[in-house]
Write a protein that binds this ligand. Structure first.
Ligand code: ZN
Length: 240
């Protein structure tokens, strides 16, 4: 099986765009153990609905910096039962629908930011009908100024797979306290065969959350159905 890195293209055919925004965030934090500070914007679970929490608690899940590490941990553990099993809860992780402002036209598959994959409903249904696994579409709440805005669904991508130690200067070990991994993405990534998930056709690398990976089945199906316009697929070597 071949694997491909999903990349955005410099001059998309459909030049639609949107600004960052999401309903809730785990706050950023300064980690007393590894010293990292702030939060990521590249990790999100759009299906997670925090409206179940009391309003006062919901109000704490904002894009902000939490000064009190114990409070950060409490907020993190409060939502852990709601996120998919195995999900990372890095500082800055987003929850709920994307809600930035959007403009322009969008193609069937949308990769404005290389770490966020959106689809229109019909292409998503067709890809699911082809038997591709791991395609969970979640509602977005993007704000368009125009009438009859397009419906876009965001894929909730689960972590799976890692890069091979041969392409890394050190092993990606998460900080035991804040779960962050402070490694820079290598120029020439190599996938570690033993870590690749067998049950997902598109997923997010566990340690390099900005990298979305599709299987050969995913890429072939997208190409055959003509959905490739605004996504480039870079094949990555796989090593065992
Ligand atoms: Zn840490």
């Amino acid at each position: 099986m071949r694997f491909y890195w999903l990349r955005n293209v410099p001059r998309p055919r459909y030049p639609g765009g949107y600004t960052d925004g999401r309903t809730w965030f785990l706050p950023g934090v300064h980690c007393p153990l590894c010293g990292a500070t702030g939060g990521t914007t590249a990790n999100a679970y759009p299906s997670v609905d925090l409206s179940l929490l009391p309003a006062q608690e919901q109000g704490k899940y904002l894009a902000r910096l939490e000064e009190d590490y114990a409070e950060f941990e409490r907020l993190r553990e409060q939502v852990r039962p709601l996120v998919p099993a195995g999900a990372h809860l890095w500082p800055g992780t987003g929850f709920g629908p994307m809600n930035g402002s959007a403009q322009g036209e969008f193609g069937p598959l949308v990769l404005v930011n290389p770490w966020e994959l959106l689809m229109k409903p019909e292409p998503l249904q067709r890809l699911q009908a082809e038997g591709l696994r791991g395609l969970k579409g979640c509602r977005t709440a993007l704000r368009f100024r125009k009438k009859n805005p397009p419906e876009l669904l965001e894929l909730e991508l689960l972590p799976g797979g890692d890069l091979h130690p041969d392409c890394l200067s050190e092993r990606p070990t998460p900080c035991p306290k804040c779960e962050r991994i402070g490694l820079k993405r290598p120029e020439e990534p190599i996938l570690d065969a033993a870590t690749l998930p067998g049950e997902l056709d598109v997923f997010r690398l566990a340690a390099f959350k900005t990298m979305l990976i599709g299987t050969e089945r995913f890429v072939e199906t997208v190409r055959r159905l003509g959905y490739e316009q605004d996504i480039a697929f870079r094949e990555l070597p796989v090593r065992s």
